[in-house]
Design a protein. Structure first.
Length: 292
């Protein structure tokens, strides 16, 4: 039986200040901590065997009827439970409309050597991505496309950033995310015979012109400068362009990644329709406000 929760009513409580400091990368790294806010994000973490250290709740902000089940799952895994008043939770929360649930747990660190890739693996390489929202959206698209891993190279944004977790809708927990250098990532992929797909507006071939059903790494670069020359010079790299039919000559990096991923998905489904799961059914009958 877990102990009763600690209730906090003062925003000046040291525990509150400690949690607020975790918004800063230096404090997160010092504590090796990850801040996860939101029902869907926490549920996905738990569904993928994540073990939180603390859960902080405020029932006044709950949006559904399943929050207690989530709290129980956290405390069963050893998390301490803190409840607080709405003003205290608003100070802790980074959201305009909090839903009353925040988890603090260990950071996630996966090395290239930890990856166990299946045959005909689909991998995303994200080099120098600057915006947490873009990186999180790339993770979400990679998960949806059944990618085996996301390799983040020479990053400008912290993988453990709460905004990455939020934009990924918790898919940071559902697929391996590796943090490494461009040099190491390129070596890893070349040694395993990956075709590396790099999108550039100057390419002659379209993204639909290559077979992307084998070992494929979709490489995308920084929002402003794109991929570094190391990727473009690799003998394993093929350059493609996404056809732009309007006046705009570029896409958001997360949007471009999604298009490239789903061309690979289209090709794979054409070869084997059985890989497509049945239509998604909401766990709670579709009436839970937390669901997409």
């Amino acid at each position: 039986m877990p102990p009763p929760p600690l209730h906090i009513t003062s925003s000046s409580n040291p525990k509150v200040k400690e949690i607020v400091r975790l918004r800063q990368r230096s404090h997160r790294d010092e504590a090796s901590a990850l801040l996860v806010e939101g029902y869907r994000e926490i549920k996905r973490a738990l569904d993928n065997d994540y073990a939180p250290r603390q859960i902080v709740t405020c029932a006044d902000f709950f949006m559904g009827s399943h929050e207690q089940l989530l709290i129980d799952r956290c405390t069963e895994r050893g998390a301490t439970h803190i409840t607080c008043t709405p003003p205290v939770f608003e100070k802790i929360s980074a959201r305009d409309r909090p839903d009353g649930l925040i988890v603090i747990g260990p950071q996630i660190h996966i090395a290239l050597s930890d990856l166990k890739l299946p045959p005909n693996a689909l991998v995303v390489v994200a080099e120098g991505i600057e915006k947490p929202g873009n990186l999180g959206t790339i993770l979400r698209s990679a998960d949806s496309a059944g990618a085996a891993a996301v390799i983040v190279c020479d990053h400008c944004t912290d993988i453990q950033n709460p905004n990455v977790v939020r934009a990924s809708i918790g898919t940071l927990f559902s697929l391996p995310v590796v943090d490494t250098t461009t040099e190491e990532a390129l070596k890893f992929l070349v040694e395993r015979g990956f075709t590396i797909l790099a999108s550039t507006p100057h390419a002659d071939k379209l993204h639909t012109d290559y077979d992307l059903s084998g070992n494929t790494a979709i490489a995308v670069g920084a929002e402003q400068y794109g991929l570094s020359d190391a990727w473009l010079r690799s003998p394993n790299t093929v350059t493609v362009r996404i056809p732009m039919l309007g006046q705009c000559d570029s896409l958001n990096v997360a949007s471009a990644t999604t298009i490239l991923l789903y061309e690979s998905v289209r090709q794979r489904v054409a070869k084997d329709r059985s890989i497509v799961p049945p239509p998604h059914e909401h766990e709670h009958g579709g009436d839970d406000p937390h669901e997409d």
